[in-house]
Design a protein around this ligand. Structure first.
Ligand code: DGL
Length: 269
């Protein structure tokens, strides 16, 4: 059995990373978990997000994946160290790749970051950016309404423009040359975000850099898939599967099958 890359998020957001993995690493099998029953993670406490992330990883580990990708900024911000201690396979989050992509792009050294309440509160992007480049100036803004909009499938520019405009108001006109989409749901809203921020602000999604980093990690560990065959991916979600399937197929441009998962463990909703 081909060992897969296990990818997780609170919902459909991590599919933005999956799409890049499929493009850059077409032979790799992906096992995806969207915790849609408990989405959004953004307003939850760090402890809750850590518990949920642990539960998902415990679930995914039964498939014997070769690597885990926490394709959720909110979970990466508070749970990646804990998960790295629990498993013996490589664990990659999306914050360091996102920070690296922004540093690569910026000329002015002034960077914007948008994310969930949890991510912005954690200051994880400021830390990741300043670890690479100590004098970077960062404007950050929590946009708690955006991920739920995407989960409902309301991400086309017409329907999302007003909420996106309100959410980004504090950042418009700030002298940044790029804006990190610090939530994996936000690439669904690229058109609306771009039109609000204007042509001088480049949007940085961590998906591309994360996929590149997955590729590097697998290459150095001699774990890259080389079967020559196209893999059959597996998708799991803890909430209502129909909308998830519709959004996923529309985004990935391929048919998928979804296995619903009902949490058997005591949980906080
Ligand atoms: N997609 C997630 C992130 O990157 C979480 C969104 C949410 O559940 O609030 O932070």
């Amino acid at each position: 059995m081909q060992q897969a890359i296990a990818v997780l998020d609170s919902g459909v957001g991590g599919l933005t990373v999956v799409k890049e993995v499929m493009r850059q690493l077409p032979q790799e099998k992906v096992i995806y978990f969207g915790d849609t029953a408990r989405s959004p993670y953004g307003p939850r406490s760090a402890g809750e997000v850590q518990t949920f992330t642990r539960q998902i990883v415990d679930y995914l580990i039964q498939f014997n994946p070769k690597m885990i990708v926490i394709a959720c900024n909110t979970a990466t911000a508070v749970a990646i160290d804990d998960i790295r201690e629990r498993v013996s396979i490589p664990v990659l989050g999306v914050i360091s790749p996102g920070a690296r992509a922004a540093i690569k792009h910026t000329r002015s050294g002034i960077i914007g970051v948008i994310g969930t309440d949890g991510t912005i509160r954690s200051k994880a992007y400021e830390h990741a950016l300043r670890l690479i480049s100590p004098h970077i100036q960062v404007y950050s803004e929590a946009c708690p309404l955006l991920a739920p909009l995407v989960e409902k499938g309301l991400f086309d520019a017409d329907r999302s423009h007003e909420v996106v405009e309100q959410s980004l108001k504090p950042l418009v006109g700030k002298p940044m040359d790029c804006l990190i989409l610090g939530c994996t749901h936000y690439p669904f809203l690229t058109e609306a975000i771009s039109s609000v921020m204007g042509p001088n602000v480049t949007l940085i999604s961590s998906a591309d850099e994360t996929a590149r980093e997955i590729s590097t990690i697998l290459y150095h560990r001699n774990l890259l898939a080389t079967s020559g065959q196209l893999p059959i991916h597996q998708f799991f979600c803890s909430g209502e599967p129909e909308l998830f399937k519709k959004i996923a197929e529309n985004w990935l441009k391929e048919q998928i099958s979804i296995t619903p998962v009902v949490w058997q463990v005591p949980t906080i909703i």
